[in-house]
Ligand binder design. Sequence first.
Ligand SMILES: NC(=O)c1ccc[n+]([C@@H]2O[C@H](COP(=O)([O-])OP(=O)(O)OC[C@H]3O[C@@H](n4cnc5c(N)ncnc54)[C@H](O)[C@@H]3O)[C@@H](O)[C@H]2O)c1
Ligand SMILES: CC(C)[C@H](C(=O)O)[C@@H](O)C(=O)O
Ligand SMILES: [Mg+2]
Length: 361
Amino acid sequence: MTHRVLVLPGDGIGPEVMAETVAVIELVNQKLGIEMSLEHALLGGAAIDAEGVPYPESTAQKAHQADAIILGAVGGPKWDGLDRAIRPEKGLLGIRSDLQLFGNLRPAILYPQLAGASSLKPDLVAGLDLLIVRELTGGIYFGQPRGFDTTDDGQRRGYNTYVYTESEIRRVTVLAFDLARKRGSRVCSVDKANVLEATMLWREVVNEVAKDYPDVELSHMYVDNAAMQLIRAPKQFDVMVTGNMFGDILSDAAAMLTGSIGMLPSASLDQAGRGMYEPCHGSAPDIAGQGIANPLATILSAAMMYRYSLNEPQAADAIERAVGVVLDQGYRTGDIAAAGEASVSTSTMGAAVRAALENVL
Ligand SMILES: NC(=O)c1ccc[n+]([C@@H]2O[C@H](COP(=O)([O-])OP(=O)(O)OC[C@H]3O[C@@H](n4cnc5c(N)ncnc54)[C@H](O)[C@@H]3O)[C@@H](O)[C@H]2O)c1
Ligand SMILES: CC(C)[C@H](C(=O)O)[C@@H](O)C(=O)O
Ligand SMILES: [Mg+2]
């Protein structure tokens, strides 16, 4: 069977890290005899420039036909002044919602070689293996009503709605519990149930789902405490499940535990396991065009694609092992280099991963 994969390079460092990732994918396919068609399409600022909208119909069509999608990143200052309806980020939210990619897996794993790059003491993060499961198509990101208006006394006002239905909560919670069963069998649900009604319901539904998983230990934590605990003692967590906005924020914090946001991959899955794979980081306008971005988060996202959507676990394992090898060999992009340590370019890192793959496969 030929896997159909759609490549969305996006903006900023997106195309830079994606070029290395596609080369890794092509090598893995060739070595393992995996048949794959790779198609490219536009999303975000690149799509606005070419077609005037961030998620064009042609991209949507290809996305619906694909078995999996791999995305770089979208956005940048060039498009920040645009009307909010056609900002690059709208394209990203649009494709997530259009494909109903409600389950966002963000694993924060510390490669032992990078213990020194974490901003926490090495013993606090050594062996860290945490999975954040973020709800991705609901909550305050999508709630209605939203917008701007003017108050009676003439002030400008902006508003959003934090809303969840029980089915939205249930499906992401089931995903988190199923994943927990395959790892440490512990789920921590993060909410703000002391204040927000939508998350009071979140807690109720999580408790209901937990009844079907007597073998999985459930705890609840308020999001402010969770942020603190992530920095204080991150290894207490196995799987964290939370809503869209809390998951966005907590996953960037978790990224830093692993040394850099340039190391954090993600998978966004629908009910059938079809998915979009992207690094957790953005288009990094401050370093775009310099060829120094870390491509490992995107390369590791490709590994997740082979595992979760394409059922090619040997390809996923090989990529993850190759990343371990290049870190052992001392290759470091600037974001994961220790002070005074030499750093390599995006393309050197990508080439090193491919050289390691030649030996691993
Ligand atoms: N999934 C996405 O497409 C996505 C995610 C986050 C932000 N964004 C967009 O990206 C733009 C920039 O956002 P931001 O600056 O808040 O976040 P960012 O993640 O792009 O950058 C934050 C910091 O991390 C660094 N960084 C990020 N990825 C890196 C990598 N691979 N290697 C080395 N360093 C890396 C950047 O240089 C920057 O200093 C905005 O337009 C934002 O909306 C897109
Ligand atoms: C760019 C933005 C819409 C996006 C989000 O908030 O989901 C990003 O921060 C992410 O983490 O994927
Ligand atoms: Mg984010």
